[in-house]
Design a protein around this ligand. Structure first.
Ligand SMILES: C[S@@+](CC[C@H](N)C(=O)[O-])C[C@H]1O[C@@H](n2cnc3c(N)ncnc32)[C@H](O)[C@@H]1O
Length: 412
């Protein structure tokens, strides 16, 4: 009984969908807090919680997942650079690029944005990053900007030497990068989130929407749309891409990265104009992707159009990716399964299938798909990472930790 009240409070205050991490994980976080507070009854803990804002913060820290690292989904940062250099800068050379990173967790994401912009040739005076998180504990760590090896999980560390000083196996971020980020304590589930502030040219909102309940997701999408300037970009995590179908934002691709753009002229904007507009922005894009955005069901086209035999399998997987990117998740699952019927040994297809299943909220099926991918390719980093995050969401911290160690060993 007390647990359901706490779950309802977590939902109404921070938008947490109990199913996203599971009741067991919430119970274990509550018990952990009860032990720390020296309280043995959950009903007494509930009373204490309702009277103590500090305890709310502590409980939030226990139930939220602050997992993050530098240049997570690195393609997003390549797209950011491409957008800034090819579109934003030529039109705004005298302005300061305004960026929002929410949630920023312990700072790796906003600092990666800063490093990417510096690497693109901007000076620190040409951009400003607001970074928001609900967890004060995370923000304190972010402001210190001292990291250990677990914050660096990619393979490309050439930026290390330029931006960090290594002392006793810790990495101290350069002062000039620290200064470019302004940390703010805030709750994205609050309908008045940043209501009186400016709008942003670029918003990163990755790996939080998946934890929100349906209503908070919808509300947050409206908030994000409001916070982006016309022509600006929104980055979400790949598992969250499907949610963007409900907004007026349109997908923009750059190789495997996807972001969502708020059109300058969203209403009555004809497809033809849109295509021209789109292709002028990202000239590097393969031609087929520049016309892909708001068109109707491509799976129908695939099922009605004969495909050359030698391209058949590749096309099925490409079509599955396209369907997933456009938020046609059921089509994507079907296409993945059709592909896998003929290519049972393809780990990539299982990873894609798992990502789509995760976006559909089918976490158990997603786990099975990621396991199959790992069985076929034991060092498949994306599959291991997805599985680790899912285990964490389910409260299996020991299982997740084993996977993180395995991922870390791969990257050394
Ligand atoms: C998995 S991290 C994501 C960090 C980063 N965006 C990334 O993708 O690596 C999730 C973060 O969301 C924060 N969070 C959870 N609920 C929130 C809310 N309602 N408002 C703002 N931040 C929230 C948590 O404190 C945690 O730091």
């Amino acid at each position: 009984m007390a647990q359901s009240v706490i779950e309802a409070l977590l939902k109404s205050k921070i938008g947490l969908d109990v199913n996203s991490i599971g009741s067991r994980a919430i119970a274990s976080a509550i018990y952990q807090r009860m032990v720390n507070c020296g309280i043995s009854q959950m009903s007494s803990y509930l009373g204490y919680l309702q009277d103590s804002p500090q305890e709310w913060q502590a409980l939030i820290d226990s139930v939220t997942v602050p997992e993050t690292w530098f240049f997570r989904e690195p393609e997003s940062f390549a797209l950011l650079k491409s957008y800034v250099l090819s579109e934003w800068l030529p039109q705004n050379s005298q302005k300061v690029l305004q960026v929002l990173s929410v949630p920023c967790a312990t700072g790796e994401e906003p600092y990666s944005i800063a490093i990417a912009l510096l690497e693109a040739g901007l000076t620190s005076a040409q951009f400003r990053i607001d970074a928001v998180d609900i967890s004060q504990k995370c923000l304190l760590k972010a402001q210190k900007a001292i990291y250990d090896k677990y914050s660096f999980r990619g393979s490309n560390f050439e930026f290390h030497e330029r931006y960090f000083q290594s002392i006793n196996s810790e990495y101290y971020l350069q002062e000039s990068v620290k200064k470019s980020v302004n940390f703010i304590n805030g709750n994205l589930a609050d309908p008045h989130f940043l209501v009186n502030t400016q709008v942003y040219d670029v918003v990163f909102c990755r790996n939080l929407l998946i934890y929100f309940d349906h209503q908070t997701k919808e509300q947050t999408l409206h908030i994000l749309e409001r916070l982006i300037v016309a022509g600006g970009l929104l980055f979400v995590a790949s598992a969250e891409a499907a949610l963007l179908m409900k907004t007026q934002l349109v997908s923009v691709r750059h190789f495997s990265a996807i972001a969502y753009q708020k059109l300058i002229k969203p209403h009555n904007f004809e497809q033809e104009n849109y295509t021209n507009y789109q292709s002028t922005i990202y000239s590097q894009l393969p031609t087929q992707t520049s016309t892909e955005i708001p068109i109707k069901n491509k799976a129908e086209i695939y099922y009605q159009t004969p495909i050359k035999a030698n391209n058949f399998n590749t096309n099925l997987l490409d079509l599955a990716k396209t369907a997933a990117n456009q938020g046609r998740l059921e089509d994507a699952v079907k296409l993945c399964n059709d592909y896998l019927n003929q290519n049972q040994m393809n780990a990539e297809a299982y990873v894609l299938l798992g990502e789509v299943q995760q976006a559909m909220g089918q976490n158990e099926q997603a786990i099975q798909s990621f396991r199959k991918a790992i069985y076929l390719q034991p060092n498949h980093e994306a599959a291991l990472t997805h599985l680790a995050l899912l285990k964490e969401q389910q409260g299996d911290r020991a299982g997740a930790s084993l996977l993180w160690q395995r991922i870390y060993r791969l990257q050394r």
